[in-house]
Design a protein around this ligand. Structure first.
Ligand SMILES: CC(C)(COP(=O)(O)OP(=O)(O)OC[C@H]1O[C@@H](n2cnc3c(N)ncnc32)[C@H](O)[C@@H]1OP(=O)(O)O)[C@@H](O)C(=O)NCCC(=O)NCCS
Length: 199
């Protein structure tokens, strides 16, 4: 009950679950997701938007960015929806390939505040990596504000080999997604603090 009707199931949808077994669907963002993406953005805190974009942004602009309509970059944008009470966007992720180096892509994530800490970004990272690998991408790069411990934790705990470089107020994180990783393969380092240091 409450799940998507067969006609609504997207061809590219992947059925996954969060750490607490909440079922979710991940699929590419479509123009018709605009209303739901805008609702998602309106539920975000200003802090989350600032951590994602580095400065405050208007909700409509954030929604346009997430829908991939604001820039012509070669990007793949994903939304994560819960399916228990009708489709509801609770997270987004994207990778944008570098034109001059197509084996490399920049990644970013944005998760609804109520859903943070439940493994949503981790699930999206694996799904993004799976799709990017199939597209010939080997490296993910992320620009993360240094105070963004949660985002650093997602990368460091992912199990993908990584390198971190400090660059002013941010970390530049480089992940080698060349090898497929299952969640239960990943090494979980000590939780005493962010296991990252400038290289
Ligand atoms: C950063 C963000 C994407 C993480 O998403 P998430 O779904 O909460 O991440 P997950 O639940 O998969 O994993 C979070 C990890 O960080 C830890 N964590 C979560 N919140 C934390 C916090 N406030 N402080 C420290 N660690 C935290 C969790 O324990 C988890 O580690 P684990 O895998 O060892 O358990 C999310 O917080 C977010 O959308 N933030 C605002 C936007 C943003 O910062 N985007 C990144 C720009 S590149």
């Amino acid at each position: 009950m409450g799940g998507p009707e067969p006609a609504e199931v997207e061809e590219d949808a992947t059925y996954l679950q969060l750490r607490d077994f909440t079922p979710v669907i991940v699929h590419r963002t479509r123009a018709r997701d605009r209303g739901e993406v805008l609702r998602f953005v309106r539920h975000l805190t200003a802090d989350s938007i600032e951590l994602r974009y580095g400065s405050p942004m208007r909700e409509e602009t954030v929604a346009e960015e997430l829908l991939g309509l604001a820039t012509p970059d070669p990007r793949v944008s994903l939304v994560m929806e819960t399916v228990t009470s009708g489709p509801r966007v609770v997270g987004t992720a994207e990778f944008v390939r570098y034109r001059h180096e197509p084996s490399r892509a920049e990644v970013a994530f944005l998760i609804e505040d109520d859903f943070q800490g439940r493994g949503a970004a981790t699930v999206l990272l694996y799904e993004l990596a799976r799709r990017a690998r199939a597209d010939g991408v080997r490296w993910f790069t992320a620009f993360v504000l240094r105070e963004n411990v949660a985002m650093c934790d997602v990368f460091v705990h992912s199990g993908f080999p990584y390198r971190v470089v400090r660059d002013g107020p941010q970390w530049i994180v480089e992940l080698d997604i060349g090898t497929s990783k299952r969640e239960d393969d990943r090494e979980v380092p000590s939780r005493t603090g962010p296991a990252i240091a400038p290289s």
